[in-house]
Design a protein around this ligand. Structure first.
Ligand code: NAD
Length: 344
């Protein structure tokens, strides 16, 4: 079983080679992303293995089908970069629905604490033997309210972490989780109430037409002055220009972004020494109260190992049995994991 592995990074190879060798799956690594221009690299393979910024649009899917490549194995949970509707009946789209919600939730809290306790500033100051505390005042999380949009696997772990800090939780989800709200410290509310009453807002929902730019000019208007925005989910949940305006006007107290709407040509690559063309990102990064990490929330040893194991199992199951529970089915107007094993 030969799989063309796009957007390969040095940290991917050890775990994929190890699980691949055990399962008879041979990964052929390409540093380039999957696009309409690079799809032909997969011509002699059974499938492609792709990540968050690879392009699996209609043209790529048609080319894969033409070459007889029938598997698109996502090594991530989100699938907003795949035209699932077009893929239906043409290629099998497999994903890793969960690999370590702790990795992402813990990174979210790391960003929050770094930002509000000015750790990023302190690190640079003390390395320069500057021991001044001027402009370093933070605030306690204890007793503050966090608004969590999306209470799935990651959102719920993040809520647990926040509860450990003594925070109150306002939650919003299109499909609220049974048994999560306790009526006192964790309450499901409508978005407007969440915006109006949260000191910190953290995004943990998928990117869909409904959630696109859920943080925008109008929603920021409804927020408390000084609100802290955390996005470790998908870039386009936040209208970056509106966020920048909110920071300039002091409405937004801080922002921590692990994802960015226009990240696909930038994140995961080294552009030091280059002139950054994206003025919005450059201006955001220049702000003292903005922290950007480049889609690294998933990057723990545990998560990498789980991703490689599940991706490899998905491919093996699909090739050997013709079905896989982690195959995305497109039914009606939404995609979901296959429960029946009969996607085509
Ligand atoms: P999940 O499927 O377990 O949870 C998503 C939750 O969002 C569900 O409870 C769902 O009901 C809810 N939801 C769906 N539509 C909604 C809407 N319109 N409004 C509000 N809530 C809605 O997913 P998860 O594993 O918790 O992951 C959440 C997101 O985190 C993923 O979609 C992915 O984009 C992102 N993610 C980021 C990284 C990273 O490295 N930064 C890694 C993994 C996942």
């Amino acid at each position: 079983m030969k799989i063309a592995f796009f957007d390969a990074k040095p940290y991917d190879k050890p775990s994929f080679d190890a699980f691949g060798a055990k399962s008879g799956v041979q990964y052929k690594y390409f540093e380039t992303k999957l696009t309409e221009d690079t799809v032909e690299l997969a011509h002699d393979c059974d499938g492609v293995c792709v990540f968050v910024n690879d392009t699996v649009n209609a043209a790529v899917i048609d080319k894969l089908t033409e070459m007889g490549v029938s598997i698109v194995a996502l090594r991530c949970a989100g699938f907003n970069n795949v035209d699932v509707k077009h893929a239906y009946g043409k290629v099998h789209v497999l994903r890793v629905p969960a690999y370590s919600p702790y990795a992402v939730a813990e990174h979210t809290m790391a960003l929050l604490l770094t930002s509000i306790r000015r750790i990023h500033k302190a690190y640079i100051r003390t390395r320069d033997f500057n021991f001044s505390l001027t402009n370093m005042t933070g605030f306690d999380l204890h007793g503050k309210t966090v608004g969590v949009i999306g209470t799935g696997k990651i959102g719920r772990v993040f809520i647990d972490i926040c509860r450990g800090f003594g925070m109150k939780v306002l939650a919003y989800d299109k499909f609220p989780a049974q048994g999560l709200a306790d009526g006192e410290n964790i309450r499901y509310v409508e978005l407007d109430e969440l915006f109006a009453n949260s000191d910190v807002i953290s995004l943990h929902c998928p990117l869909t037409e409904e959630t696109y730019h859920v943080i925008n000019e109008q929603s920021l208007e409804k927020c408390k002055k000084g609100v802290v925005i955390l996005n470790t989910s998908r870039g386009a949940l936040v209208d970056a220009e509106a966020l920048l305006s909110g920071i300039k006007s002091r409405k937004v107290g801080a922002a921590c972004l692990d994802v960015y709407e226009e990240e696909s040509d930038l994140f995961f690559e080294d552009f030091s020494g280059h002139i950054l063309e994206d003025d919005v990102l450059a201006r955001l990064i220049s702000m003292p109260n903005v922290i950007v990490t480049s889609h690294q929330a998933f990057l723990t040893e545990e998560a990498l190992s789980n991703i490689a194991e599940t991706t490899t199992q998905n491919i093996k199951q699909m090739i050997e049995n013709g079905q896989c529970p982690n195959e995305l089915c497109f039914r009606g107007d939404s995609a979901q994991d296959c429960k029946s094993g009969k996607c085509f």
